[in-house]
Design a protein around this ligand. Structure first.
Ligand code: GLU
Ligand code: ZN
Length: 494
Protein backbone atom coordinates (compact mmCIF):
# COMPACT_ATOMS: atom_id res chain seq x y z
CA UNK A 1 0.00 0.00 0.00
CA UNK A 2 1.73 3.12 -1.18
CA UNK A 3 -0.46 5.48 0.81
CA UNK A 4 0.08 3.59 4.06
CA UNK A 5 3.68 4.71 4.25
CA UNK A 6 2.83 8.36 3.70
CA UNK A 7 -0.04 8.78 6.14
CA UNK A 8 -0.82 6.64 9.16
CA UNK A 9 -3.56 4.11 8.58
CA UNK A 10 -6.88 4.80 10.27
CA UNK A 11 -9.60 2.26 9.62
CA UNK A 12 -12.96 1.73 11.21
CA UNK A 13 -15.30 -1.02 12.18
CA UNK A 14 -18.78 0.45 12.40
CA UNK A 15 -21.59 -2.04 12.87
CA UNK A 16 -25.17 -1.27 13.74
CA UNK A 17 -26.06 -2.99 16.99
CA UNK A 18 -28.97 -4.99 15.62
CA UNK A 19 -29.06 -8.50 17.04
CA UNK A 20 -26.41 -11.19 16.88
CA UNK A 21 -23.30 -10.39 14.93
CA UNK A 22 -23.08 -12.53 11.81
CA UNK A 23 -19.98 -14.02 10.25
CA UNK A 24 -19.90 -11.50 7.39
CA UNK A 25 -19.62 -8.72 9.93
CA UNK A 26 -16.89 -10.57 11.78
CA UNK A 27 -14.96 -11.06 8.54
CA UNK A 28 -15.16 -7.30 7.89
CA UNK A 29 -14.01 -6.54 11.43
CA UNK A 30 -11.17 -9.02 11.06
CA UNK A 31 -9.85 -7.54 7.82
CA UNK A 32 -9.97 -4.04 9.27
CA UNK A 33 -8.26 -5.16 12.44
CA UNK A 34 -5.58 -7.14 10.61
CA UNK A 35 -4.99 -4.22 8.24
CA UNK A 36 -4.68 -1.75 11.13
CA UNK A 37 -2.35 -4.00 13.11
CA UNK A 38 -0.24 -4.88 10.08
CA UNK A 39 0.37 -1.19 9.39
CA UNK A 40 0.63 -0.19 13.06
CA UNK A 41 -2.38 1.94 12.36
CA UNK A 42 -5.46 2.83 14.34
CA UNK A 43 -8.69 0.86 14.47
CA UNK A 44 -11.70 2.98 15.30
CA UNK A 45 -14.72 1.12 16.63
CA UNK A 46 -17.86 3.13 16.03
CA UNK A 47 -21.41 2.16 16.82
CA UNK A 48 -23.91 3.11 14.13
CA UNK A 49 -26.97 3.26 16.32
CA UNK A 50 -29.03 5.98 14.67
CA UNK A 51 -31.90 3.63 13.91
CA UNK A 52 -33.71 3.83 17.23
CA UNK A 53 -36.35 1.36 16.07
CA UNK A 54 -33.88 -1.45 15.52
CA UNK A 55 -30.96 -0.75 17.85
CA UNK A 56 -31.07 -1.85 21.43
CA UNK A 57 -28.83 -1.58 24.44
CA UNK A 58 -28.84 -5.35 24.67
CA UNK A 59 -27.58 -5.70 21.11
CA UNK A 60 -24.89 -3.15 21.88
CA UNK A 61 -23.68 -5.14 24.89
CA UNK A 62 -23.80 -8.33 22.83
CA UNK A 63 -21.72 -6.74 20.13
CA UNK A 64 -19.00 -5.61 22.54
CA UNK A 65 -18.99 -9.00 24.19
CA UNK A 66 -18.57 -10.71 20.81
CA UNK A 67 -15.71 -8.43 19.82
CA UNK A 68 -13.92 -9.15 23.08
CA UNK A 69 -14.51 -12.88 22.75
CA UNK A 70 -12.97 -12.83 19.27
CA UNK A 71 -9.91 -11.18 20.77
CA UNK A 72 -10.17 -7.92 18.84
CA UNK A 73 -8.89 -4.76 20.39
CA UNK A 74 -9.50 -1.25 19.18
CA UNK A 75 -7.63 2.00 19.68
CA UNK A 76 -10.61 4.31 19.75
CA UNK A 77 -14.20 3.55 20.55
CA UNK A 78 -16.47 2.34 23.33
CA UNK A 79 -14.68 1.69 26.62
CA UNK A 80 -11.34 3.06 25.43
CA UNK A 81 -12.52 6.50 24.32
CA UNK A 82 -10.34 8.62 22.05
CA UNK A 83 -9.92 12.06 20.52
CA UNK A 84 -13.11 11.80 18.43
CA UNK A 85 -15.45 10.66 21.21
CA UNK A 86 -18.29 9.91 21.51
CA UNK A 87 -18.15 6.82 19.29
CA UNK A 88 -21.86 6.09 19.36
CA UNK A 89 -23.72 7.88 16.62
CA UNK A 90 -26.78 8.31 18.80
CA UNK A 91 -24.65 10.72 20.85
CA UNK A 92 -23.42 12.73 17.86
CA UNK A 93 -26.70 14.09 16.53
CA UNK A 94 -25.69 17.77 16.82
CA UNK A 95 -22.81 17.20 14.44
CA UNK A 96 -25.04 15.64 11.77
CA UNK A 97 -27.58 18.45 12.07
CA UNK A 98 -24.84 21.01 11.71
CA UNK A 99 -23.39 19.33 8.60
CA UNK A 100 -26.84 18.93 7.02
CA UNK A 101 -27.46 22.65 7.52
CA UNK A 102 -24.11 23.52 5.96
CA UNK A 103 -24.87 21.31 2.95
CA UNK A 104 -28.27 22.97 2.54
CA UNK A 105 -26.80 26.47 2.83
CA UNK A 106 -24.13 25.72 0.25
CA UNK A 107 -26.66 24.22 -2.18
CA UNK A 108 -25.15 20.71 -2.00
CA UNK A 109 -28.43 19.53 -0.58
CA UNK A 110 -32.04 20.63 -0.93
CA UNK A 111 -35.42 19.99 0.64
CA UNK A 112 -37.52 17.45 -1.18
CA UNK A 113 -41.28 17.61 -0.61
CA UNK A 114 -42.28 14.65 -2.75
CA UNK A 115 -44.60 12.20 -1.01
CA UNK A 116 -43.96 8.47 -1.14
CA UNK A 117 -47.00 8.06 -3.40
CA UNK A 118 -45.73 10.68 -5.85
CA UNK A 119 -42.27 9.14 -5.91
CA UNK A 120 -43.73 5.68 -6.50
CA UNK A 121 -46.01 6.88 -9.31
CA UNK A 122 -43.16 8.68 -11.11
CA UNK A 123 -40.84 5.71 -10.64
CA UNK A 124 -43.40 3.38 -12.22
CA UNK A 125 -43.92 5.76 -15.13
CA UNK A 126 -40.15 6.03 -15.71
CA UNK A 127 -39.82 2.28 -15.63
CA UNK A 128 -42.66 1.83 -18.09
CA UNK A 129 -40.95 4.31 -20.42
CA UNK A 130 -37.65 2.44 -20.08
CA UNK A 131 -35.96 5.36 -18.32
CA UNK A 132 -33.77 5.32 -15.17
CA UNK A 133 -36.17 4.90 -12.26
CA UNK A 134 -34.24 6.67 -9.48
CA UNK A 135 -35.19 10.05 -8.06
CA UNK A 136 -35.88 12.41 -10.95
CA UNK A 137 -34.67 15.69 -9.48
CA UNK A 138 -38.20 17.06 -9.11
CA UNK A 139 -37.36 19.32 -6.14
CA UNK A 140 -33.88 20.37 -7.25
CA UNK A 141 -34.88 23.87 -8.30
CA UNK A 142 -38.17 24.64 -6.59
CA UNK A 143 -39.21 28.30 -6.68
CA UNK A 144 -39.98 30.15 -3.44
CA UNK A 145 -43.65 29.99 -4.40
CA UNK A 146 -43.63 26.21 -4.83
CA UNK A 147 -41.88 25.78 -1.51
CA UNK A 148 -44.44 28.03 0.18
CA UNK A 149 -47.28 26.05 -1.39
CA UNK A 150 -45.85 22.73 -0.19
CA UNK A 151 -45.29 24.16 3.29
CA UNK A 152 -48.87 25.44 3.33
CA UNK A 153 -50.04 21.90 2.52
CA UNK A 154 -48.24 20.80 5.67
CA UNK A 155 -45.70 18.63 3.84
CA UNK A 156 -42.59 17.79 5.87
CA UNK A 157 -39.55 17.68 3.56
CA UNK A 158 -36.63 15.30 3.63
CA UNK A 159 -33.14 16.59 2.89
CA UNK A 160 -31.68 15.27 -0.36
CA UNK A 161 -28.07 15.42 -1.46
CA UNK A 162 -27.52 16.89 -4.91
CA UNK A 163 -25.33 14.53 -6.93
CA UNK A 164 -23.03 16.24 -9.42
CA UNK A 165 -24.01 15.68 -13.07
CA UNK A 166 -20.78 13.91 -13.89
CA UNK A 167 -19.32 10.42 -13.79
CA UNK A 168 -17.57 9.36 -10.59
CA UNK A 169 -14.48 7.20 -10.86
CA UNK A 170 -12.51 5.68 -8.03
CA UNK A 171 -9.95 2.92 -7.63
CA UNK A 172 -11.28 0.24 -5.37
CA UNK A 173 -8.46 -1.36 -3.38
CA UNK A 174 -9.83 -4.81 -4.16
CA UNK A 175 -11.61 -4.35 -7.48
CA UNK A 176 -9.58 -1.74 -9.32
CA UNK A 177 -11.05 1.22 -11.19
CA UNK A 178 -14.81 1.61 -11.11
CA UNK A 179 -16.88 4.30 -12.81
CA UNK A 180 -20.48 5.25 -12.07
CA UNK A 181 -22.48 7.29 -14.59
CA UNK A 182 -24.63 10.10 -13.16
CA UNK A 183 -27.92 8.57 -14.40
CA UNK A 184 -27.23 5.56 -12.18
CA UNK A 185 -26.59 7.57 -9.03
CA UNK A 186 -29.58 9.85 -8.40
CA UNK A 187 -29.89 12.44 -5.65
CA UNK A 188 -30.46 10.65 -2.35
CA UNK A 189 -31.98 11.33 1.04
CA UNK A 190 -29.68 12.23 3.92
CA UNK A 191 -32.18 13.44 6.56
CA UNK A 192 -35.65 12.02 7.18
CA UNK A 193 -38.77 14.21 7.30
CA UNK A 194 -38.72 13.88 11.10
CA UNK A 195 -35.19 15.28 11.21
CA UNK A 196 -33.42 11.95 11.79
CA UNK A 197 -30.16 11.72 9.82
CA UNK A 198 -29.67 8.64 7.65
CA UNK A 199 -26.76 6.22 7.25
CA UNK A 200 -26.00 7.95 3.96
CA UNK A 201 -25.04 11.09 5.88
CA UNK A 202 -23.78 9.95 9.27
CA UNK A 203 -21.43 7.27 7.99
CA UNK A 204 -19.30 9.49 5.72
CA UNK A 205 -19.57 12.47 8.10
CA UNK A 206 -18.08 10.36 10.86
CA UNK A 207 -15.48 8.85 8.56
CA UNK A 208 -14.45 12.41 7.73
CA UNK A 209 -14.54 13.59 11.36
CA UNK A 210 -12.56 10.56 12.50
CA UNK A 211 -10.04 10.99 9.68
CA UNK A 212 -10.51 7.51 8.30
CA UNK A 213 -7.95 6.72 5.59
CA UNK A 214 -9.29 3.36 4.32
CA UNK A 215 -12.89 2.20 4.20
CA UNK A 216 -12.91 -1.61 4.06
CA UNK A 217 -16.36 -3.11 3.99
CA UNK A 218 -18.60 -5.64 2.29
CA UNK A 219 -19.37 -5.58 -1.41
CA UNK A 220 -23.05 -4.94 -0.62
CA UNK A 221 -22.04 -1.34 0.10
CA UNK A 222 -20.19 -0.79 -3.17
CA UNK A 223 -23.05 1.17 -4.74
CA UNK A 224 -23.08 3.66 -1.87
CA UNK A 225 -19.45 4.58 -2.58
CA UNK A 226 -20.02 7.02 -5.50
CA UNK A 227 -22.59 8.83 -3.34
CA UNK A 228 -20.20 9.00 -0.44
CA UNK A 229 -17.37 10.23 -2.61
CA UNK A 230 -19.59 13.03 -3.93
CA UNK A 231 -20.63 13.90 -0.39
CA UNK A 232 -16.99 13.83 0.69
CA UNK A 233 -16.09 16.26 -2.06
CA UNK A 234 -18.77 18.62 -0.79
CA UNK A 235 -17.55 18.17 2.78
CA UNK A 236 -14.00 18.90 1.70
CA UNK A 237 -15.17 22.11 0.03
CA UNK A 238 -16.97 23.07 3.25
CA UNK A 239 -13.88 22.33 5.32
CA UNK A 240 -15.61 19.47 7.17
CA UNK A 241 -13.49 16.72 5.58
CA UNK A 242 -9.77 16.75 4.90
CA UNK A 243 -9.09 13.88 2.54
CA UNK A 244 -11.24 11.34 0.74
CA UNK A 245 -10.45 7.86 2.04
CA UNK A 246 -9.53 4.93 -0.15
CA UNK A 247 -12.29 2.32 -0.50
CA UNK A 248 -11.97 -1.45 -0.66
CA UNK A 249 -14.95 -3.78 -0.94
CA UNK A 250 -14.59 -7.28 0.42
CA UNK A 251 -16.18 -10.12 -1.54
CA UNK A 252 -19.60 -11.58 -0.80
CA UNK A 253 -19.77 -14.64 1.38
CA UNK A 254 -21.89 -17.39 -0.15
CA UNK A 255 -23.70 -19.99 1.90
CA UNK A 256 -25.62 -23.15 1.05
CA UNK A 257 -26.73 -23.56 -2.55
CA UNK A 258 -24.42 -20.73 -3.63
CA UNK A 259 -26.75 -18.09 -2.24
CA UNK A 260 -25.45 -15.06 -0.39
CA UNK A 261 -25.09 -15.91 3.28
CA UNK A 262 -27.82 -13.84 4.83
CA UNK A 263 -27.99 -12.33 8.29
CA UNK A 264 -30.99 -14.52 9.02
CA UNK A 265 -29.18 -17.70 8.04
CA UNK A 266 -28.64 -19.65 11.29
CA UNK A 267 -25.26 -20.68 9.96
CA UNK A 268 -24.28 -17.01 9.87
CA UNK A 269 -24.75 -16.30 13.55
CA UNK A 270 -21.57 -15.83 15.55
CA UNK A 271 -23.29 -17.08 18.69
CA UNK A 272 -23.78 -20.46 17.09
CA UNK A 273 -20.03 -20.81 16.71
CA UNK A 274 -19.42 -19.74 20.27
CA UNK A 275 -21.99 -22.16 21.61
CA UNK A 276 -20.57 -25.01 19.57
CA UNK A 277 -17.14 -24.37 21.01
CA UNK A 278 -15.19 -22.91 18.16
CA UNK A 279 -11.97 -21.30 19.33
CA UNK A 280 -11.87 -17.63 18.40
CA UNK A 281 -8.46 -18.17 16.80
CA UNK A 282 -9.79 -21.12 14.75
CA UNK A 283 -12.81 -19.19 13.60
CA UNK A 284 -10.72 -16.13 12.69
CA UNK A 285 -8.28 -18.33 10.78
CA UNK A 286 -11.16 -19.73 8.74
CA UNK A 287 -12.91 -16.40 8.22
CA UNK A 288 -9.69 -14.82 7.00
CA UNK A 289 -9.78 -17.30 4.12
CA UNK A 290 -13.08 -15.85 2.91
CA UNK A 291 -11.50 -13.64 0.31
CA UNK A 292 -7.87 -13.76 1.36
CA UNK A 293 -5.08 -16.28 1.61
CA UNK A 294 -1.73 -16.43 3.30
CA UNK A 295 -0.23 -18.66 0.63
CA UNK A 296 -1.45 -21.35 -1.73
CA UNK A 297 -0.23 -24.20 0.42
CA UNK A 298 -1.00 -23.03 3.95
CA UNK A 299 -4.40 -22.56 5.41
CA UNK A 300 -3.62 -23.03 9.11
CA UNK A 301 -1.97 -20.08 10.83
CA UNK A 302 -2.06 -18.09 14.03
CA UNK A 303 -3.62 -14.67 14.36
CA UNK A 304 -0.13 -13.17 14.64
CA UNK A 305 0.90 -14.79 11.39
CA UNK A 306 -2.25 -13.46 9.76
CA UNK A 307 -1.46 -9.92 10.91
CA UNK A 308 2.14 -10.16 9.77
CA UNK A 309 1.10 -11.31 6.30
CA UNK A 310 -2.12 -9.39 5.77
CA UNK A 311 -2.15 -7.31 2.62
CA UNK A 312 -5.11 -5.92 0.71
CA UNK A 313 -3.49 -6.76 -2.60
CA UNK A 314 -4.11 -10.44 -1.73
CA UNK A 315 -7.85 -9.93 -1.30
CA UNK A 316 -9.75 -11.70 -4.04
CA UNK A 317 -12.80 -9.87 -5.45
CA UNK A 318 -14.65 -13.11 -6.31
CA UNK A 319 -17.36 -14.36 -3.97
CA UNK A 320 -16.07 -16.64 -1.24
CA UNK A 321 -17.91 -19.79 -0.24
CA UNK A 322 -18.54 -20.51 3.41
CA UNK A 323 -17.71 -24.16 3.98
CA UNK A 324 -18.71 -25.35 7.43
CA UNK A 325 -16.76 -28.61 7.12
CA UNK A 326 -13.57 -26.75 6.36
CA UNK A 327 -14.29 -24.30 9.15
CA UNK A 328 -14.60 -27.21 11.59
CA UNK A 329 -11.47 -28.91 10.29
CA UNK A 330 -9.44 -25.73 10.74
CA UNK A 331 -10.85 -25.28 14.20
CA UNK A 332 -9.85 -28.86 15.03
CA UNK A 333 -6.30 -28.05 13.99
CA UNK A 334 -6.31 -25.06 16.33
CA UNK A 335 -7.55 -27.30 19.15
CA UNK A 336 -4.52 -29.50 18.47
CA UNK A 337 -2.27 -26.42 18.69
CA UNK A 338 -3.37 -25.49 22.23
CA UNK A 339 -1.22 -26.17 25.27
CA UNK A 340 -2.68 -29.22 27.03
CA UNK A 341 -3.54 -27.19 30.13
CA UNK A 342 -5.22 -24.51 28.09
CA UNK A 343 -7.30 -27.09 26.26
CA UNK A 344 -8.46 -28.64 29.55
CA UNK A 345 -9.51 -25.20 30.80
CA UNK A 346 -11.28 -24.10 27.63
CA UNK A 347 -13.52 -27.16 27.79
CA UNK A 348 -14.93 -26.12 31.20
CA UNK A 349 -18.20 -24.58 30.00
CA UNK A 350 -19.15 -27.92 28.42
CA UNK A 351 -18.28 -29.87 31.56
CA UNK A 352 -20.80 -28.22 33.83
CA UNK A 353 -24.46 -27.32 34.05
CA UNK A 354 -26.53 -26.53 32.15
CA UNK A 355 -24.69 -28.32 29.33
CA UNK A 356 -23.31 -31.36 31.15
CA UNK A 357 -25.86 -34.04 32.04
CA UNK A 358 -24.06 -35.36 35.13
CA UNK A 359 -24.49 -34.21 38.72
CA UNK A 360 -21.81 -31.62 39.59
CA UNK A 361 -20.55 -33.76 42.49
CA UNK A 362 -19.95 -36.67 40.08
CA UNK A 363 -17.44 -34.69 38.07
CA UNK A 364 -13.97 -35.98 38.85
CA UNK A 365 -11.08 -33.61 38.21
CA UNK A 366 -8.43 -36.34 38.20
CA UNK A 367 -10.29 -38.34 35.60
CA UNK A 368 -10.80 -35.19 33.54
CA UNK A 369 -7.10 -34.37 33.57
CA UNK A 370 -6.33 -37.96 32.58
CA UNK A 371 -8.75 -38.09 29.65
CA UNK A 372 -8.31 -34.53 28.32
CA UNK A 373 -5.16 -35.22 26.26
CA UNK A 374 -6.98 -38.03 24.43
CA UNK A 375 -9.86 -35.72 23.64
CA UNK A 376 -7.57 -32.96 22.41
CA UNK A 377 -6.39 -35.11 19.52
CA UNK A 378 -9.92 -35.71 18.27
CA UNK A 379 -12.34 -32.83 18.72
CA UNK A 380 -13.36 -30.47 15.95
CA UNK A 381 -15.28 -28.20 18.32
CA UNK A 382 -15.16 -28.04 22.10
CA UNK A 383 -18.84 -28.81 22.63
CA UNK A 384 -18.14 -32.37 21.46
CA UNK A 385 -16.38 -32.94 24.75
CA UNK A 386 -19.59 -33.48 26.73
CA UNK A 387 -20.71 -36.60 24.87
CA UNK A 388 -17.18 -37.89 24.70
CA UNK A 389 -16.61 -37.96 28.45
CA UNK A 390 -20.09 -38.43 29.88
CA UNK A 391 -19.34 -42.14 30.42
CA UNK A 392 -16.81 -41.07 33.06
CA UNK A 393 -19.15 -38.95 35.15
CA UNK A 394 -22.57 -40.49 34.73
CA UNK A 395 -23.46 -43.43 36.98
CA UNK A 396 -24.50 -45.42 33.90
CA UNK A 397 -23.56 -44.95 30.25
CA UNK A 398 -26.26 -43.39 28.08
CA UNK A 399 -27.13 -46.13 25.63
CA UNK A 400 -27.69 -44.82 22.22
CA UNK A 401 -30.03 -47.44 20.76
CA UNK A 402 -28.60 -47.28 17.25
CA UNK A 403 -25.10 -47.94 18.65
CA UNK A 404 -26.36 -50.79 20.76
CA UNK A 405 -28.06 -52.50 17.78
CA UNK A 406 -25.03 -51.94 15.60
CA UNK A 407 -22.48 -53.35 18.04
CA UNK A 408 -24.44 -56.10 19.76
CA UNK A 409 -24.70 -58.90 17.25
CA UNK A 410 -25.13 -62.61 17.57
CA UNK A 411 -22.19 -63.91 19.54
CA UNK A 412 -21.57 -60.58 21.27
CA UNK A 413 -22.50 -62.09 24.62
CA UNK A 414 -19.89 -64.84 24.20
CA UNK A 415 -17.29 -62.28 23.14
CA UNK A 416 -18.12 -59.96 26.04
CA UNK A 417 -17.90 -62.87 28.48
CA UNK A 418 -14.40 -63.73 27.26
CA UNK A 419 -13.34 -60.08 27.15
CA UNK A 420 -14.51 -59.65 30.72
CA UNK A 421 -12.40 -62.63 31.85
CA UNK A 422 -9.30 -61.36 30.07
CA UNK A 423 -9.82 -57.82 31.33
CA UNK A 424 -10.35 -59.10 34.84
CA UNK A 425 -6.89 -60.63 34.70
CA UNK A 426 -5.18 -57.71 32.93
CA UNK A 427 -2.92 -54.98 34.27
CA UNK A 428 -5.17 -51.88 34.50
CA UNK A 429 -2.31 -49.44 34.65
CA UNK A 430 -1.49 -50.03 30.99
CA UNK A 431 -3.79 -49.33 28.02
CA UNK A 432 -1.62 -51.72 25.98
CA UNK A 433 -2.37 -54.55 28.38
CA UNK A 434 -6.10 -53.77 28.10
CA UNK A 435 -5.81 -53.80 24.35
CA UNK A 436 -4.04 -57.17 24.44
CA UNK A 437 -6.86 -58.53 26.59
CA UNK A 438 -9.55 -57.49 24.10
CA UNK A 439 -7.38 -58.65 21.20
CA UNK A 440 -7.02 -62.09 22.79
CA UNK A 441 -10.78 -62.25 23.43
CA UNK A 442 -11.39 -61.44 19.76
CA UNK A 443 -8.96 -64.13 18.61
CA UNK A 444 -10.79 -66.68 20.72
CA UNK A 445 -13.92 -65.90 18.72
CA UNK A 446 -12.34 -65.39 15.32
CA UNK A 447 -12.76 -61.58 15.42
CA UNK A 448 -10.32 -58.85 14.53
CA UNK A 449 -9.68 -56.10 17.08
CA UNK A 450 -12.09 -53.63 15.51
CA UNK A 451 -15.00 -56.06 15.69
CA UNK A 452 -14.05 -57.30 19.12
CA UNK A 453 -13.79 -53.86 20.70
CA UNK A 454 -17.13 -52.54 19.43
CA UNK A 455 -19.34 -54.39 21.98
CA UNK A 456 -16.88 -53.52 24.76
CA UNK A 457 -17.00 -49.87 23.80
CA UNK A 458 -20.78 -49.76 23.70
CA UNK A 459 -21.07 -51.66 26.99
CA UNK A 460 -18.75 -49.21 28.72
CA UNK A 461 -19.40 -45.86 27.03
CA UNK A 462 -22.85 -46.38 25.44
CA UNK A 463 -21.64 -45.44 21.96
CA UNK A 464 -19.83 -46.97 18.98
CA UNK A 465 -17.55 -43.99 18.49
CA UNK A 466 -15.58 -42.05 21.02
CA UNK A 467 -12.18 -41.47 22.51
CA UNK A 468 -9.47 -44.16 22.26
CA UNK A 469 -11.05 -47.16 24.01
CA UNK A 470 -8.20 -48.55 26.08
CA UNK A 471 -7.26 -45.17 27.50
CA UNK A 472 -10.94 -44.62 28.25
CA UNK A 473 -11.12 -47.95 30.09
CA UNK A 474 -8.01 -47.16 32.10
CA UNK A 475 -9.39 -43.76 33.19
CA UNK A 476 -12.81 -45.16 34.05
CA UNK A 477 -11.20 -47.88 36.20
CA UNK A 478 -11.43 -51.62 36.43
CA UNK A 479 -14.31 -51.91 38.84
CA UNK A 480 -16.73 -49.67 36.95
CA UNK A 481 -15.73 -51.00 33.55
CA UNK A 482 -16.29 -54.63 34.55
CA UNK A 483 -19.60 -53.78 36.22
CA UNK A 484 -20.77 -52.15 32.98
CA UNK A 485 -19.79 -55.21 30.94
CA UNK A 486 -21.80 -57.29 33.44
CA UNK A 487 -24.79 -54.99 33.02
CA UNK A 488 -24.55 -55.23 29.23
CA UNK A 489 -24.37 -59.03 29.43
CA UNK A 490 -27.44 -59.05 31.63
CA UNK A 491 -29.25 -56.84 29.14
CA UNK A 492 -28.19 -59.08 26.23
CA UNK A 493 -29.42 -62.25 27.85
CA UNK A 494 -32.62 -60.74 29.17
N1 GLU B 1 -23.26 0.45 9.85
C1 GLU B 1 -23.02 -0.02 8.52
C2 GLU B 1 -23.37 -1.48 8.43
O1 GLU B 1 -23.50 -2.12 9.43
C3 GLU B 1 -21.59 0.25 8.15
C4 GLU B 1 -21.34 0.16 6.70
C5 GLU B 1 -19.96 0.70 6.32
O2 GLU B 1 -18.96 0.04 6.66
O3 GLU B 1 -19.89 1.76 5.71
O4 GLU B 1 -23.54 -2.04 7.39
ZN1 ZN C 1 -38.82 15.84 -4.35
Amino acid sequence: MASAASSPVRVRFCPSPTGNPHVGLVRTALFNWAFARHHQGTLVFRIEDTDAARDSEESYEQLLDSMRWLGFDWDEGPEVGGPHAPYRQSQRMDLYKDVADKLLDAGHAYRCYCSTEELDARREAARAAGKPSGYDGHCRELSAGQVAAYEAEGRAPIVRFRMPDEAITFTDLVRGEITYQPENVPDYGIVRANGAPLYTLVNPVDDAAMEITHVLRGEDLLSSTPRQIALYRALTELGVAKEIPAFGHLPYVMGEGNKKLSKRDPQASLNLYRERGFLPEGLLNYLSLLGWSLSADRDIFTTDELIAAFDLSDVNPNPARFDLKKCEAINGDHIRMLEAKDFAERCRPWLRAPVAPWAPEDFDETKWQAIAPHAQTRLKVLSEITDNVDFLFLPEPVFDEASWTKAMKEGSDALLTTARQKLQAADWTSPDALKDAVLAAGEAHGLKLGKAQAPVRVAVTGRTVGLPLFESLEVLGKEKALARIDAALARLTA
